[in-house]
Design a protein around this ligand. Sequence first.
Ligand code: ZN
Length: 192
Amino acid sequence: MLKHDTPPQAQWLKRTFSLVDDSALDYYYNLAFHICPDSKSRYFQYKILHNILGLNVKLKQMKIKADDRCDFCHNCVETRVHLFFECSLVSLMWQEFEKWWYGKFNENIKLSARDIILGVESGTNYRQLLNICILDIKMYLFDCKYNEKSPILDGGIHKFMRRQRIEHIIHRKRLTLAKFYSRWSVLLLADL
Ligand SMILES: [Zn+2]
């Protein structure tokens, strides 16, 4: 289990996302460790929560970049909330994602900044898959930023589907396919 961040960062998260207490924060701090077996995804979410991701607002403070504006819209300061939620290009993508999710799972979701930055705690029957998908899309957005590409929903979904295929290969080799199906069967059935 991860321990809390430095108090100012934890306080910022609690204040910004209206978390009632430290136990609410614990859920989000540990979420990626529960749902992702790979260290790359876990560490990516860790960097978001601890605000140590190489975003332009940070890079300018460190005098690595002169411009702190968003690499997608070139309009607003590139903070984590802006890049992953508020940016005009990205918010359109999340709207498309909500429609995609409805098409797959017949479930209406409306994602907030808190859902996207921290994770989803309620409002879905498929919490684990939804949180994995959101994390994969965030990783895809960050890749797009670094490769100077405009994000499209298909790219994020592709990353999520790739995770499913990789986990299938791993579980088949380990003879633990039951574990794979308990996690992914809802999506596999939706694809039939
Ligand atoms: Zn932007």
